[in-house]
Ligand binder design. Structure first.
Ligand SMILES: O=C(O)C1=C[C@@H](OP(=O)(O)O)[C@@H](O)[C@H](O)C1
Ligand SMILES: C=C(OP(=O)(O)O)C(=O)O
Length: 445
């Protein structure tokens, strides 16, 4: 699919999509809690669909209710039939579900697709044998063959590559009765900490209270509370960040459905928007975001630099994205329109995402005339010098496609995005939402 975005002014209101981080965790919890669970406001991105596929493969029955909610009936991890599970392209899907799959005593083959086949999974080779799990990987990559049952034991893990492995172990330890055995998970150098807050929050909702000792040790209580039988998937701050940046560059717009009390890591986009000088007004779950006050958008308005350099007045900022790495792409789109050099820390966290995002951002934004320097863990974006119309490539990475589309909104000419369907991984409605806000979007299948 090829999508072309022409310079546009945005206005109006839009509802943020469902968070795949929240939805995938809800699927895991619904599988493990056994009985009936209703998931409200479910997502339908490819990663969400993959999570639903995994829990069905593990024995859950999923049906849609008249109001669009999903009902999950489960007896815990109880696979039958073909013992193969497909995690699609989802890093969280694989890393969270692998320890859950290992609750079964059956040998189960775990496969994936696309970029997931190249992402590192040697964590399992190292850690699973310590928990009594037999694992065979393809040199630290997919496919895996796993045979449990997982025995919760005191364990120490490295949290520096990804928090997703810990998310999986927390669910699986709780379900395997770690509390009765008094065991703990100790973690060195945990990154992406807010994602663990979200894991613990979802677990608590469903009755598993885990004690978090400074993100270095996690302990499980002896008894489980009765949890709630229903869960409402949160609005997505990660996809929402692209909408908010689009509003700051080409708005003003209103974004609905983002909870300001959410534990989601990517809520931190608000700090960057404030530091850039964008207009931001929060009214409960409705947020108005626009260019700097007085520098209204729209190509014909005064206050815009020649060559489509965007709204005057946004200024460069510094930001540490170590614990919210998915914000890099929208931050780069924002920084491209900020006068001066924006410095973003945490580049080393990007090497093993759907693409090596430090490099892919540098290369694709380079095609639009935006200079990005990579200096160890720092990224420097030279902004406010104009964004040129160009043909770019998503590099099969949903967040690169969305970042380029947002940057296109005030470029000097149309931006054509090749392999634009990558957005389906997290935000299938993204182009439709931009068009609904007045963005000039042309899609060629
Ligand atoms: O737990 C989650 O929902 C996620 C955790 C983060 O990964 P890392 O912990 O690997 O940084 C993030 O990048 C990913 O998109 C989703
Ligand atoms: C890296 C991402 O997801 P995951 O690791 O779950 O594939 C993402 O959504 O940007």
């Amino acid at each position: 699919m090829i999508t072309t975005i022409e310079p546009s002014a945005l206005s109006g209101a839009i509802l943020a999509p469902a968070s795949k981080s929240s939805m995938q965790r809800a699927c895991a919890a619904a599988l493990l809690r056994a009985g009936e669970t209703v998931i409200r406001h479910p997502g339908y991105s490819n990663d969400d669909k993959a999570a639903l596929g995994v829990i069905k493969d593990l024995g859950a029955e999923v049906s849609e209710l008249a109001d669009g909610a999903l009902r999950v009936k489960s007896q815990g991890v109880a696979p039958s039939g073909e013992l193969e599970v497909n995690c699609g392209e989802s890093g969280l899907g694989l890393r969270m579900f692998a320890p859950i799959i290992a609750l079964s005593e059956k040998a189960i083959r775990v496969k994936g697709e696309g970029s997931l086949l190249k992402r590192p999974m040697d964590f399992f080779d190292e850690v699973f044998p310590q928990l009594g799990i037999r694992v065979v990987s393809n040199g630290g990559k997919l496919p895996l063959e796993i045979q449990g049952p997982l025995q919760p034991r005191d364990i120490e893990i490295d949290g520096s590559l990804s928090s997703q492995f810990l998310t999986g172990l927390l669910f699986a330890f709780a379900a395997a009765g770690a509390g009765e055995r008094g065991v703990a998970i100790r973690v060195r150098d945990l990154k992406s900490k807010p994602y663990i807050d979200l894991t613990l929050q979802v677990m608590k909702h469903f009755g598993w209270e885990v004690e978090n000792r400074g993100y270095a040790e996690f302990r499980f209580p002896a008894e489980r509370r009765t949890g709630e039988p229903e869960y409402t998937v949160e609005g997505d701050w990660s996809g929402g960040a692209f909408l908010l940046v689009a509003g700051a560059v080409a708005g003003p717009i209103v974004v609905r459905g983002l909870d300001e009390w959410s534990t989601q890591a990517d809520k931190a986009i608000l700090q960057a928007l404030c530091d850039s000088g964008a207009t931001l007004e929060m009214r409960g779950e409705e947020m108005l975001v626009g260019p700097v006050d007085g520098a209204a958008s729209g190509p014909a308005r005064a206050g815009l630099k020649a060559g489509g350099a965007g709204p005057v007045g946004l200024r460069a900022f510094t930001f540490d994205a170590t614990d919210c790495p998915d914000l890099f792409p929208p931050l780069v789109a924002l920084a491209a329109y900020c006068e001066g050099v924006t410095v973003i820390k945490g580049v080393s966290r990007l090497a093993h995402k759907e693409s090596n995002r430090g490099l892919t951002l540098q290369e694709e934004f380079g095609k639009m005339g935006v200079r990005i320097e990579l200096d160890g863990d720092l990224m420097r974006v030279h902004g406010g010098q104009g964004v040129k119309g160009a043909t770019v490539h998503s590099r099969h990475d949903h967040r690169i496609a969305m970042a380029c589309a947002v940057a296109a909104l005030k470029a000097s000419g149309p931006v054509t995005i090749e392999d634009a369907e990558a957005i389906e991984k997290s935000y299938p409605d993204f182009y439709r939402h931009v068009a609904q806000l007045g963005g000039k979007v042309n899609i060629e299948l």
